[in-house]
Design a protein around this ligand. Sequence first.
Ligand code: NI
Length: 168
Amino acid sequence: MALLTILEYPDEHLRTVAQPVTDFGDQLQTLIDDMFETMYAAPGIGLAGAQVDQHLQLFVLDVSEHQNDPRVYINPVWEALDDERKQMQEGCLSIPEYYAEVPRALRIKVSALDRHGKPFEHEADGLLAHCIQHETDHTKGVLFIDYLSPLKRERVKKKMLKRHKASV
Ligand code: NI
């Protein structure tokens, strides 16, 4: 397995709209393993293909307390089960050290394929529901800061550019 480089905002590649996964061969299996390793090492609770410059509709996540519940979602689609929204503080491995409250559907149903292409669906709420929505956004080139005011987003951008300059 290998650690992958995580793209950081405002890298334009994060805005790429991902393609559906059609090939479930070795290359995909390696990518998924590497994404898990990269996510756990970061450490983070979710990582989408776009974040490692692989523009396929997939993400991995693990919201369990002891990080022992790895899940893969491929070609995911979710729908809200009701109108209730919940604000929750979000962060993103592509926007390090920045957190903001984002409103998302509280209860959802998600349908996806597993790493071998087998369909599954389940309902989710709370942190898992939030995370699935955040990661699915990545497959569309959407970031959680897109839900903030333009002013706030501009501040995040400045902060990130400064951070990148400092690390060069
Ligand atoms: Ni993210």
